[in-house]
Each structure stands twice: as C-alpha cells, then as structure tokens.
Design a protein around this ligand. Structure first.
Ligand SMILES: Nc1ncnc2c1ncn2[C@@H]1O[C@H](COP(=O)(O)OP(=O)(O)OP(=O)(O)O)[C@@H](O)[C@H]1O
Ligand SMILES: O=P(O)(O)OC[C@H]1O[C@H](OP(=O)(O)OP(=O)(O)O)[C@H](O)[C@@H]1O
Ligand SMILES: O=C(O)c1cccnc1
Length: 471
C-alpha cells in the first residue's frame, strides 16, 4: 500500500500549521456529503471506504516528507515536528460501502483535533468521489442490461493507473461481473475475463486460421471476435466452422464478440446464422463505446445480446465525469463544549447543515421498504413520530409529521482498522443489492427517477435558522 498522506492540497497544511498553534485543544467534526447526483440519477452508491480506512490507519509522514516540508519554508518548525510524531486521533462514522446515499446527507463524518481532521479533506474526497462515481455509473449500466452480465474493459481508456485499478473495484460494487484488468482482478479477487483483439486475427494469413489457432489454445474459452473483416459473410461463418470442429472434439463453443457496425442488426443476423447452424446456446457479446443509453436502445430494438463489454464510458463515467462530494465543518468542540458551525452563502444550495449529525433510513413499519431519509442531530432521539422539513434548501419549508416507521441509523462507527470493515468486493456488491432492493422502484429508474425524500428534523432546521439569523 502506498502512503498517500501527502496527497492533499497545500492549503490544508497551511491551515493545519495555523490550527496547530492557534487551536491546539479544539476538536472538530467535518461532514462529507454531495449535492448533485451524476446523470440526473437519484442516488449515489457509496464506495471507497476500504481505501480510506487503509490510508488513515497508516497515516504518517516519513523523513523525506519532513525534509520536503522544511524545504518549502512555509510552516513552523514546531508544526513539522508535530507531523513527525503524528498519531491520528480521528474517529469516523461512515455509511457502509455499497449503501445508496442521497444528496445532502453525510456519508462520512470525521471527528478529531481540528489540525488533524482538516488535513484529511482532500484525500478522503479524492477516494470517495472517484469510487462512488464509478460504482454509481456501473449500477446504471447494469440496470439497463436487465440481468445480462457486464464485463469491465476500461483500463486502456481510464485516466491513469489509479482510475483503472480502483475504477475496476468500484465497478464490481456497482454490479460488473468481471474485469479485463489483471492487476485489479488480482488485488481485489475479481474474476478476470477477456476475449481477443483484432490484431490476433490480422496476424494470421486469414480469419479462419486465426480462429482455429485460438480454439486450439483455448478450446473451452473460445469467444471469437467476428468483426475484423465482415461479420456476416466472414466472421460468423468462420466461427461456425470452428465451433463445429470444437464440438466434434468434445468442447462446448462459447460464442462471438461484435465490436463495430450496427450492433442490433448484426447481432440479430448473427444469432440467426448461429441458431441455424445448430449453436443456439452460444453467446453474443458486444462492445464499442457502450453506455446505459446505448444498452437501453439496443435492448429496445430487440437485439439478442447476452453480454456487454464496457470500457471508456464506464471507467471515466464519460457522460457525468464528476461527483462533487464536499467536506464541510459541522461543529467544533473545546473543553467539552460543542459549537455548531455553518457556512452561509447567497447560493441557498451551499448553506450547510450545522452540528454533529446522524442519518436515519426510514422504513414503513414492519417492512424493509424505505421511503425517506432523515438527517438528525447526533444527540436527537428519533421517536415514533417526528417533525421534519425537506433538507433541500430550494424546496418549500413545510413541516411534515412522520409516523409508523422503523428508523435505522446508517452512519456507522467505523474503526480505523482495515481488517474490521468489509473489504470483499463481492460481499459489498451483495450488500449494495440488498440496500437497493429496499428503495422504491421509481427511485431506481434511469430517466426522471422519482424524488426520494431527504428530510432534516425541525430541531436541526431551527438550529440552522438560528445560526443564519445570529450571523
Ligand atoms: N443499433 C444500434 N443502436 C444504437 N446504438 C448503436 C447501434 N449500433 C451501434 N451503436 C452504437 O453507436 C455508436 C457508434 O457506432 P459506430 O458503428 O458508428 O461505431 P464507430 O466507433 O463510430 O465506428 P466502428 O463501427 O468502426 O467502430 C457506438 O456507441 C455503438 O455502440
Ligand atoms: O469501446 P469501449 O467501451 O472502451 O470498450 C473497449 C474497447 O476496447 C477495444 O477497442 P480498441 O482499443 O481495440 O479500439 P477500437 O475502438 O478500434 O476497437 C475493444 O475492442 C472495445 O471496443
Ligand atoms: O478482452 C477483450 O476482449 C478486451 C479487453 C479490453 C479491451 N477490449 C477488449
């Protein structure tokens, strides 16, 4: 594991250098949350907690870091000396990886000495924003594919090694069945999968020879790429010839991959040729700049596709490449006295919700049908009946009285001990599936999803108003 303690913005250290001197006995609570869901969806799948905990558990500065800090001539020697002996005294509460989360609700809260908690902003956001974005994007593609497996093929088009590796991890949390990225497969125990490139076919004198050579090497894994010359007059007929030879030798042919052209038409015509030749069980896999819109369109056209291989638009979340999670001060604490803090802005969306908080998922009583989330003060009791307002500052400030629910806190005390939090991506994926199944179907659809309510208690709303008035 690399030490990423320096992966932060300079201003974090500039502030920390000052906090260390000015507020040495002040603790702070920061909230991590986002405001806008990518792709006009209604939720984000939280991902990346394992890597955050890995980093925080090993957070330290080595001699070369300290030498570099000194060379900048920016910060006090005493501060750099404190960094040399730093033991992180921060406590985090976080939603479990795979949890669907909604705008404005804290996904992580960090509590600790202000000089330490401030330092963690950029690293936590970097990891969480990236993996949550890719898990969320993949979930959209998986949803569109309606049960057909998706293979993650994005390494070559990812924005650098980290986004390929951790993007592959996040894609599995979002529902990808496998990855072509061997390093990610090894690191995270993801099934590694793949077919062949056009170069394999071009390298041999003709397509049939290339297919035969492949089938000889991989008789039980013979997915043949059929679009190098012409899908219907060359690729599929040659594949059928090789499938017959494989079957005669006692093997089960796998299928074909189509990577260009009008995929719906080609898949339909290829299916007819394969069926007519006696290979109805062979699979048709497709690729070529796929995303959830193309997948939906292809399935609407009735294209007989069994698997989707997806690279660039998944690994870069091309249609919505940013998740703008933020890290905002919610409270400070000196001598046991907690002071809630607020950021006021002319842009109402940017006004923060002050104070230490917990998030509750509300279910209709006696069911696992979630109907709303409520942001509450961490010291509030969520009783049988609660008064809440919409947490969206742009909505009408009407009080709702909620009752007949079961409330589950979703921000969990998360020890900074990597071995104590779930890290198996398949387990996290199944957890995500369970949590998704609790949400209303209308919230999960891709186009114009129904709004899922995120309320805050009137106690929190009153605190927010009081602080705005006071300031
Ligand atoms: N029947 C179809 N309906 C909707 N989208 C399709 C259909 N067939 C292909 N596409 C998608 O249209 C986009 C462009 O396809 P096109 O065949 O023009 O590929 P290209 O990358 O421009 O060229 P090439 O075919 O040489 O790879 C791709 O995202 C592809 O997946
Ligand atoms: O389109 P994506 O979703 O990123 O899927 C991965 C792509 O990577 C390969 O293309 P390659 O790099 O060989 O180039 P190509 O586009 O010319 O096929 C493969 O043939 C897919 O088309
Ligand atoms: O295995 C494949 O077919 C593959 C892997 C990465 C990118 N394109 C294709």
């Amino acid at each position: 594991m690399r030490n990423l303690s320096l992966l932060t913005d300079l201003y974090e250290y500039s502030m920390t250098n000052g906090f260390d001197a000015e507020l040495p006995n002040t603790r702070a609570t920061f909230d991590v949350f986002y405001r806008k869901v990518p792709d006009q969806g209604s939720f984000v799948i939280a991902a990346g907690l394992q890597q955050i905990v890995d980093q925080l558990a090993h957070f330290h500065f080595d001699e070369s870091d300290l030498t570099y800090f000194r060379s900048l001539h920016l910060w006090r020697d005493a501060f750099i000396a404190h960094l040399a002996n730093l033991t992180l005294d921060c406590h985090i509460h976080a939603v479990a990886e795979g949890t669907p989360v909604f705008p404005r609700e804290p996904l992580i809260t960090v509590e600790g000495p202000i000089a330490q908690a401030q330092m963690l902003e950029t690293l936590i956001l970097n990891i969480l924003n990236h993996q949550s974005l890719i898990a969320t994007k993949t979930r959209r593609m998986v949803f569109a594919a309606k049960g057909r497996p998706i293979m993650e093929f994005g390494a070559r088009r990812a924005q650098g090694p980290d986004s390929a590796i951790y993007g592959a991890r996040a894609s599995v949390i979002g529902g990808a069945a496998s990855t072509s990225n061997v390093l990610a497969a090894k690191l995270f125990n993801i099934p590694a999968a793949g077919t062949m490139a056009h170069s394999w076919i071009e390298a041999f004198p003709d397509e049939l020879t290339a297919f035969r050579k492949w089938a000889a090497l991989y008789p039980d894994n013979s997915a043949l790429l059929v679009d190098t010359y012409d899908v219907l007059t060359s690729g599929v007929p040659n594949a059928i010839t090789v499938f017959k030879e494989l079957r005669a030798a006692g093997h089960q042919p796998v299928g074909i991959r189509i990577d260009s052209g009008d995929i719906a038409t080609l898949a339909r015509d290829a299916r007819k040729l394969l069926d007519a030749a006696g290979f109805p069980e062979t699979k048709i896999t497709i690729s070529n700049a796929l995303d959830e819109a193309v997948i939906t369109s292809l399935l609407d056209q009735g294209a007989p596709i069994d698997n989707f291989d997806i690279g660039e638009k998944l690994i870069t979340s091309a249609s919505a490449p940013v998740l703008s999670g933020v890290y905002k001060l919610a409270a400070i604490e000196t001598d046991g006295h907690v002071i809630p803090k607020i950021k006021i802005s002319d842009s109402r969306e940017k006004v923060t919700i002050p104070g230490k908080k917990q998030v509750y998922r509300l279910y209709r009583k006696g069911t696992r049908k979630a109907f709303a989330d409520v942001i509450a003060g961490s010291d509030e009791t969520i009783a049988d009946e609660i008064a809440v307002v919409d947490s969206n500052p742009l909505s009408v400030n009407r009080v709702h009285h909620l009752k007949n629910f079961d409330a589950e806190p979703i921000l969990l005390d998360t020890p900074l001990v990597p071995a104590q939090i779930p890290n198996n991506v398949h387990t996290i994926y199944h957890y995500a599936q369970q949590r998704l199944a609790e949400l209303p179907a209308a919230t999960q659809r891709l186009i114009n999803p129904d709004l899922y309510h995120v309320y805050m208690t009137t106690t929190l709303a009153d605190l927010q108003h009081a602080l705005i008035n006071q300031l």
